[in-house]
Design a protein around this ligand. Structure first.
Ligand SMILES: C[S@@+](CC[C@H](N)C(=O)[O-])C[C@H]1O[C@@H](n2cnc3c(N)ncnc32)[C@H](O)[C@@H]1O
Length: 265
């Protein structure tokens, strides 16, 4: 109950500070409800069945499957395809990888094995015991990812990061604060990968969905559009990629000499 009261208070404050934007958001509720109706039919019937295709080789999945002893790794199996899709461009490069949530240390070794000798891994965990996973290619910071002061210290002690994997406490607030503090600090071309975004009414998913709308802003490109290339949603994951080269504008030139007349009416 307290949680809902707090939310209502925040909404009222937002409505007062930005009434036009608030009215726009309210008007989008109809589309959300329609989408929920549409999904209901999928839930009952399922999607039409197509032929299945064998998944391509995936070095991270292989590493995980062969890793039956030693420091523990705990990942959802369907993440391996997503890692390969979004991280493979960094393999063999000089890359700085940050993973929030170390637990038993095995994923830190997995990243190092995947990206190669040129990578440096930064691990963050709230538990002091995780400091023991430090070595020549791994630096561990102990702190709370929901603490903005912790991230300020982190930034002043590390070079810009190429890849951020948020596998920490998984609450929407922790995920939001981590994104807000660290997304601007990711290098051009960098990838932000937030894991374990669970549930249909997840607050972090709602937050990230609102970021998506900003990509569709028309007119001069704003700073967000110049920095953010794309936002991806997968089961339990939100992934944001930054532009490798900032665009100055989006434009849609026409090429060709023969055109239908109906557009010029
Ligand atoms: C799911 S485990 C990480 C698993 C690990 N990445 C792996 O792949 O095996 C989550 C970790 O997040 C840490 N954690 C929980 N809350 C945190 C917080 N507020 N800040 C930083 N780390 C946190 C926990 O101590 C735990 O070690």
């Amino acid at each position: 109950m307290k949680r809902y009261l707090r939310k209502a208070k925040n909404l009222a404050a937002a409505a007062i500070s930005s009434p036009r934007r608030y009215a726009q958001l309210l008007s989008q509720l109809g589309s959300r409800l329609r989408a929920e109706q549409y999904v209901l039919s999928y839930r009952e019937q399922g999607a039409p069945k197509n032929e299945t295709i064998a998944p391509p080789a995936n070095p991270l999945r292989e590493y995980f499957e062969n890793h039956t002893e030693g420091h523990g790794i705990w990942k959802w199996q369907h993440y391996f395809e997503l890692y390969q899709r979004h991280f493979s461009k960094f393999v063999g490069q000089s890359v700085n990888v940050l993973e929030i949530g170390i637990y038993s240390g095995g994923s830190l070794d997995m990243w190092h094995s995947y990206f190669g000798a040129g990578c440096h891994i930064y691990g963050v965990d709230i538990e002091n015991a995780c400091k023991s996973y430090e070595n020549e290619h791994t630096t561990v910071f102990i702190g709370d990812q929901a603490n903005r002061g912790f991230w300020k210290d982190f930034r002043s002690n590390t070079p810009p990061i190429d890849i951020l994997i948020d596998d920490g406490g998984h609450t929407p607030e922790q995920q939001r604060i981590t994104l807000e503090e660290m997304l601007p600090y990711l290098r051009c071309g960098g990838v932000y990968f937030c894991e374990d975004v669970h549930g249909e009414s997840n607050d972090f998913a709602a937050y990230a969905t609102t970021l998506v709308y900003e990509l569709n802003h028309t007119g001069d490109l704003n700073g967000f559009q110049k920095s953010i290339h794309s936002i991806h949603f997968y089961p339990f994951c939100v992934i944001i990629e930054k532009h490798a080269v900032e665009p100055e504008r989006f434009f849609a030139p026409k090429h060709g000499t023969r055109w239908q007349p109906f557009f010029d009416k």
